[in-house]
Design a protein around this ligand. Structure first.
Ligand SMILES: Cc1cc2nc3c(=O)[nH]c(=O)nc-3n(C[C@H](O)[C@H](O)[C@H](O)COP(=O)(O)OP(=O)(O)OC[C@H]3O[C@@H](n4cnc5c(N)ncnc54)[C@H](O)[C@@H]3O)c2cc1C
Length: 323
């Protein structure tokens, strides 16, 4: 986790963007190029829908084929060229109602900005595992940084398959005596180097697993029941903790705690200028549940939000194009 910053913690950015996918990175390019001090917070390097995309060949101007992560790096570097600061940190809470908005990350940092663009995508899980709710806080966790130390010298399982899950696994394996990385699909959707790094730490990779149940008793988690989808063989891992970092297709909006207006499906509602129900708070990309989920559409949304931020902060009467 990147903890060093090249700005002071009480700096107030013009705009903070949550998410470094095509929506967030494109917004950052425009706000930074437009002279606004720009902070982008994101969970992990090859994260989000584009981060896990193996191959993309329909992004205009980029002939490819290249991986989604390679395209993301191009977008982020472009925004960085104009001064946007990208900082890894999962946003877990926000205070959006005052003029200076505050964002809090999982590792305990606070960031301030005069405008916020929510571009956190739609990769949250919709369903729970059997035993997940029962043992939440008693062995089940969604946060390595918060809880890994409780499992010092004890065996744990990590369920997940993307770069964010690997990053958390990397941290957890510094504490646990044994880490099983349980992957529902047949391969890990993350750069090979990230996987090699956790394997090098002694993490045991278990691919193609159906998670049947988190087992436990009064004392908390005792195990994880699995079925190998290839051999159909069932197995129980004896573990004291289960860390869950699985994705799905629900908008990633938990950190908002319903502060902005959303639909029943947790899709953020915006006006034609991408502004949410709170002045100075904008949203873009898959988090809006647009009916066509494509990188170029998320990028265009991000640009619209960025130009609207410029109008809002500079008190313009209308949105102006950037030339
Ligand atoms: C398997 C797959 C294949 C696809 N193939 C194509 C394709 O070929 N062509 C195409 O155009 N589109 C494709 N898409 C769709 C495209 O990837 C998405 O529409 C696009 O990535 C959405 O962009 P976004 O920026 O809104 O969200 P995402 O790309 O999902 O980015 C979300 C960002 O938010 C960050 N984030 C989330 N929660 C937090 C938090 N709490 N704190 C901080 N940061 C957070 C993540 O780290 C990430 O940086 C594909 C999608 C998938 C899933």
């Amino acid at each position: 986790m990147e903890l060093t910053l090249d700005f002071t913690s009480d700096e107030v950015f013009d705009v903070a963007i949550i998410g470094a996918g095509p929506a967030g990175a494109s917004a950052a390019l425009y706000t930074a190029r437009g002279g606004l001090s720009t902070l982008v917070l994101y969970r992990a390097e090859a994260d989000g829908a584009l981060g896990v995309t193996q191959q993309i060949e329909n992004y205009p101007g980029i002939r490819g084929p290249l991986s989604g992560y390679e395209l993301l790096k191009l977008m982020r570097d472009h925004a960085k060229d104009f001064g946007a600061k990208f900082v890894r940190g999962k946003v877990i809470a926000t205070e959006l109602n005052s003029d200076v908005k505050k964002l809090y990350t999982q590792d305990g940092r606070e960031f301030k900005a005069r405008a916020v663009i929510i571009a956190s995508g739609a990769m949250e899980r919709t369903s729970k595992l059997i035993g997940e709710e029962e043992f939440l806080g008693r062995g089940v966790s969604y946060c390595g940084i918060c809880d890994a130390a409780f499992f010092k010298d004890r065996p744990v399982a990590v369920i997940g398959e993307d770069d964010y899950a690997l990053e958390e696994t990397h941290f957890i394996s510094r504490f646990a005596s044994k880490v099983y990385l349980v992957v529902p699909s047949s391969k890990v959707k993350a750069p090979k180097e990230a996987l090699d790094e956790v394997l090098h730490q002694g993490v045991e990779l278990m691919l193609h697993q159906r998670i049947l149940k988190i087992e436990g008793d009064q004392g908390g988690v005792k195990g994880l029941s699995l079925q190998d989808l290839k051999t159909k063989e069932k197995r129980e891992l004896s573990v004291d903790g289960v860390f869950i970092f699985m994705g799905g297709n629900k908008p990633s909006v938990d950190f908002l705690m319903n502060q902005v207006e959303m639909t029943n499906e947790h899709c953020i509602v915006v006006n034609e200028e991408m502004m949410t129900s709170i002045p100075g708070v904008f949203a873009a990309g898959d988090v809006l549940c647009t009916n066509i989920k494509q990188a170029v559409i998320a990028a265009a949304d991000g640009v619209k939000a960025a130009l609207a931020v410029d109008k809002y902060l500079n008190k313009k009467s209308k949105i102006t194009s950037q030339w």
